[in-house]
Design a protein around this ligand. Sequence first.
Ligand SMILES: C[S@@+](CC[C@H](N)C(=O)[O-])C[C@H]1O[C@@H](n2cnc3c(N)ncnc32)[C@H](O)[C@@H]1O
Length: 168
Amino acid sequence: MLEVRCEDIHQTLAEQNASYDIVVVNAFLHHVPEYLGLIRELAAVIKPGGQFFSFQDPLRYDTRGVLSHTFARAAYLSWRPFDGDVIGGLKRRFRRSQGIYLEESMHDNTEYHVTRKGVDQQAIRELLADLGFDCEIAPYFSTQSLVFQGLDAIGVKNTFGVIAQKRA
Ligand SMILES: C[S@@+](CC[C@H](N)C(=O)[O-])C[C@H]1O[C@@H](n2cnc3c(N)ncnc32)[C@H](O)[C@@H]1O
């Protein structure tokens, strides 16, 4: 019974009188510059009792603990040399560390909030609460490095999910 469409989410949202039991997004919010505005629009089309479920977005970097920050960086450094374009990647990392982002750079814009300061999980929780949702933020550890993946068990967190239900 699923209808499958490949389109920009704003096109989906432009549909008149559409409403949904559940909206699920995976590894998505950090690609969207105005994700809070988008969540507001998504919340409006979720039916009472319906749910918003999102996961695999980076925690806002300045809310991560020292341990999580250190392990996330170590995991990145252990993965980076094997992903190609090492010099380009290091140059971009240095430029961004100076607060410089380029409009025309695919690398700066594809994973928009990965190259900036993460996704603000607290702002999402507050927004959804204001919009009449019961909302839980679920932090966990996620990395490209298989070696470091098990660190979640010792409390290292860098990624989060959102589990929210619109009050009926
Ligand atoms: C990291 S991928 C995740 C893909 C998929 N959800 C998964 O878990 O494998 C991010 C996806 O977000 C999509 N995306 C980014 N901005 C979008 C938008 N405005 N509307 C629809 N899709 C978008 C990209 O096309 C890309 O496929």
